[in-house]
Write a protein that binds this ligand. Structure first.
Ligand code: GLU
Length: 560
């Protein structure tokens, strides 16, 4: 079977899945047309590590190269993290490079969002647009001169050429390529290479005729090694009767470089040693390698990491909850939780035989323990429940110390939010503090504190008898008896005497069920909300408020 780039055309959404298809198909491929050596052919590739993934024993240079075409999402965060961690775990440098040459796709605020997100997560960059560094500028839109210099070099050497073809001509070529049998995804016919000499081309350019610069792509793309996937050989499908060429555009007619060109030039000039990026870029890599070869440059090591999927294996999308990181911050998620959550999408910590590993990883610890060899080909499932798990863990850790700034900030913010939500002008901030001190282990995010689940600590709950009756499974008369019992024990309904009091009530009227007494008291105090232990509720509300609520509930029952 010929493994071709045809698998990779159309939307990048399918690329990663197709890569997997290609890797699989290649295993049963006996033709030798294309090789994609998987070193774990007969093992479950999901959790197996590639032997090529050896932790470098020298300081590496990695980069995170986002395009400011949208806000930073989970997938980009994971890419940034792996690059950051590889650099840090080898005492190397982590660069931030802004790939903003596609002026039409820039999104307002996206650049700042990248800086804000990394800062919030505490992922520090050693070189980048704001911090600078030895290879400034780190914003591609400011590097046009550099790209022009290198495209001129390729032009002079005959490795690139100007293309003056009109859009209409190129569209026509693309349409006709699609109609070929078999169709081909590369469509250019090299008209401008074959019919225009360099002198002519120089003159036309001087005369102001619009052009792009195309790379003269090799007859076949070199195969390359991906440290995670092994040897990959991807060739465009070509129709032998109507030969077309990929010849990717390096400089667009506006003089700005394409992603491929700028990416290769900058990775070389910035001395990047390792490129860790999403599988969606694997189809571009042969072009990149051909460019490195054309310049005679050493290429970096490539690692293409699996695309994030939902638990059921579908591509992660907005609908499946993929939102930008800063909006997760607004939802109350902590940076520690997001880092811990993301780092496990296709990476496992080192484990000695028989040793149990913890799922909890802080960024600080990861910078010391993260190993390239922990990357896996699968396992990039995003289970949002896990984010809740990590958040609950870190939130609880951080709120343990009520003298910390974090705790104080949470109190201040919750006080503000609760006052607004509950329309309370004089909510006592120490009350908020006391409640938080007791209930924090049950919070998933601090935002949960300002939800119905905890509002009863600050305002009286609303009652609905039928709701309670169906829960208690007793009739109304029994409910009234319980309620009156509670009223007659009002002075003993405190945190410390709670158990004894319930015991007394049950001794008074042995036919009552303990569970029903508990639940009635709970309902009187917190309405339908559950989750916090009754003695804790009694303590936090205090005797006066407990009395008021028990009496109010009894009245409510009687007035019906
Ligand atoms: N600018 C590309 C992006 O937006 C970078 C891809 C790469 O890492 O080469 O993801």
């Amino acid at each position: 079977m010929l493994i071709t780039k045809r698998h990779f055309h159309k939307s990048s959404a399918n690329l990663a899945f197709n890569l997997r298809t290609i890797l699989k198909e290649n295993k049963s491929d006996g033709t030798g047309n294309s090789k994609c050596t998987d070193h774990h052919e007969h093992e479950h590739s999901h959790h197996k590590h590639s032997p090529l993934l050896v932790q470098p024993d020298y300081p590496v240079r990695t980069r995170f190269a986002p395009s400011p075409t949208g806000f930073l999402h989970l997938g980009s965060l994971r890419t940034a993290l792996y690059n950051y961690l590889l650099a840090k775990s080898t005492d190397g440098q982590f660069l931030l490079r802004l790939e903003d040459t596609d002026q039409n796709r820039l999104v307002e605020g996206a650049e700042d969002n990248i800086y804000d997100t990394l800062k919030w997560l505490d992922v520090g960059v050693d070189e980048g647009p704001i911090v600078g560094g030895p290879y400034v500028p780190y914003r591609q839109s400011e590097r046009s001169e550099i790209y022009r210099k290198y495209s001129d070099k390729l032009l002079q050497e005959g490795l690139a050429y100007r293309c003056f073809c009109s859009k209409e001509r190129l569209d026509g070529l693309r349409d006709s390529a699609r109609l070929l049998k078999p169709p081909t995804t590369v469509s250019y016919d090299r008209h401008c290479l074959e019919h225009i000499s360099l002198e002519e081309s120089n003159l036309l350019a001087k005369g102001g005729k619009s052009f792009t610069i195309r790379f003269k792509s090799p007859d076949s793309y070199p195969e390359f090694t991906d440290l995670l996937h092994g040897t990959i050989n991807l060739q465009p499908q070509v129709n032998p009767t109507d030969r077309r060429y990929e010849d990717p555009v390096l400089l667009k007619s506006d003089g700005l470089p394409t992603y491929h060109f700028a990416n290769v030039i900058d990775d070389h000039l910035m001395k990047i040693t390792h490129v860790i990026r999403g599988e969606e870029w694997v189809a571009s890599t042969p072009k990149h390698i051909a460019l490195y070869n054309a310049f005679g440059w050493e290429k970096p090591n490539f690692v293409h990491i699996p695309l994030l999927t939902t638990v059921s294996g579908k591509k992660l999308s907005k609908r499946s909850g993929d939102i930008d990181i800063m909006s997760l911050k607004k939802k109350g998620y902590l940076p520690e939780a997001l880092v811990n959550f993301s780092v496990l999408f296709g990476w496992n910590p080192k484990r000695e035989l028989g040793e149990k590993t913890s799922e909890i990883h802080t960024l600080d610890e990861l910078t010391k323990t993260w190993l390239l060899s922990g990357l896996t080909k699968g396992n990039a499932k995003v289970d949002w429940k896990k984010l809740d798990f990590f958040n609950k863990h870190y939130l609880s850790e951080k709120l343990k110390d009520s003298s910390s700034d974090f705790f104080k900030t949470c109190v201040a913010e919750s006080h503000q939010n609760l006052s607004r939500t509950l329309k309370l002008d004089n909510l006592d901030v120490t009350k908020v503090e006391e409640v938080l001190k007791m209930i924090y282990p049950s919070l998933t995010t601090v935002n949960d504190f300002d939800t119905e689940q905890y509002h009863y600590f600050f305002v009286k709950p609303a009652y609905d008898k039928s709701e309670l009756l169906s829960k208690l499974r007793v009739n109304e008369d029994v409910l009234k008896v319980i309620s009156q019992e509670l009223v007659s024990h009002l002075d003993k309904l405190t945190h410390s005497s709670f158990n004894a009091t319930i015991g007394e009530i049950l001794a008074d009227i042995p036919s009552l069920k303990k569970r029903a007494v508990f639940q009635t008291l709970r309902y009187a105090l917190s309405g339908p909300q559950s989750g916090i232990n009754l003695p804790v509720i009694l303590e936090l509300l205090g005797p006066a408020e407990v009395n008021e609520r028990v009496v109010a509930f009894d009245k409510y029952l009687g007035s019906e």
